[in-house]
Write a new protein. Structure first.
Length: 291
């Protein structure tokens, strides 16, 4: 999302973006400012097509040149709406099931889909016995430095860690095969590499064996320019064996993303199966850094 940077004298708002946004995804979009008096609707206005030059029509507008329009005439009207500097700004993108398919359209699947996987796994495991102590953590501020994962790992001090994330798909027009190989609807994925984490190889093998035994298709992927909470979990205490599991997602870091409900359900199945197999002996085997 973003936050209000300042209110101008003529009633517009400048915005500080939070996390990794593409500038071309920001123009002419609807937003909601979370003000002190409740939600305030806004739009990132653009220069009118009737007055811009041919060169300007083809140009990507930088985020620093954009302003939020809330319909106010001056700064006093903005503040009367309960809006001021520092207020959160979120995309205005209602959820819907896409044309009767199993594909879900909505904002922030990266990483609301991981939160949803955790909630459903907790529901399934609520009455199931387990010898280990399980910690389910939903973090904040991953996009601005993995801050929630850092503090959570300090608190939990896990023996092993599973991160749940949104993946990146390569099944859209213009995708390059070396960027990502995942496809929507082809099952959950596991990252064998990303910019923040190299997963524990024995843990990866355990995930692969568990998925095979449960007949869950598993997509293997390596993605550059991607960081996630497993990076902080992995570095915590004296080092923690960690894997990053992902639900393939189209159009991350934009107003409208797409996931497959089939991938989500299979990810929950996989997570529940993994937790069921993480007994004392398996955890010790994964944590044995000498072998």
């Amino acid at each position: 999302g973003g936050m209000v940077r300042r209110v101008t004298a003529n009633g517009f708002l400048s915005m500080q973006m939070l996390g990794g946004w593409l500038d071309q995804a920001l123009v002419d979009q609807r937003w909601i400012v979370v003000g002190s008096k409740g939600p305030v609707h806004a739009v990132t206005g653009i220069r009118d097509v009737h007055v811009v030059s041919a060169e300007e029509r083809a140009r990507v507008y930088s985020r620093d040149s954009l302003f939020l329009d809330v319909g106010a005439k001056n700064a006093d009207e903005v503040r009367a709406m309960g809006v001021d500097a520092g207020d959160p700004v979120v995309p205005d993108s209602p959820f819907l099931i896409l044309n009767g398919t199993d594909q879900y359209l909505g904002k922030a699947w990266d990483d609301r889909v991981g939160c949803a996987v955790i909630v459903e796994a907790m529901r399934r495991l609520g009455n199931a016995p387990h010898k280990a102590q399980l910690f389910f953590v939903i973090t904040t501020q991953e996009e601005i430095g993995l801050r929630g994962a850092h503090t959570a790992a300090d608190f939990v001090k896990p023996d092993v860690g599973i991160a749940l994330e949104a993946g990146v798909v390569g099944d859209v027009p213009g995708a390059h095969p070396e960027e990502t190989q995942a496809r929507l609807g082809a099952g959950p994925g596991i990252f064998l590499f990303d910019t923040s984490t190299l997963p524990n190889r024995k843990f990866v093998q355990f995930v692969e064996e568990t998925a095979h035994a449960a007949q869950i298709p598993l997509q293997l992927d390596l993605v550059q320019g991607y960081g996630d909470d497993s990076g902080e979990i992995q570095k915590s205490t004296a080092g923690v064996p960690t894997v990053n599991l992902v639900v393939p997602t189209r159009y991350t870091h934009a107003h409208n993303g797409i996931i497959s409900r089939k991938d989500f359900d299979r990810m929950v199945d996989l997570l529940v199966a993994l937790i069921g197999g993480l007994d004392d002996a398996k955890v010790r085997q994964i944590r044995d850094f000498a072998q």
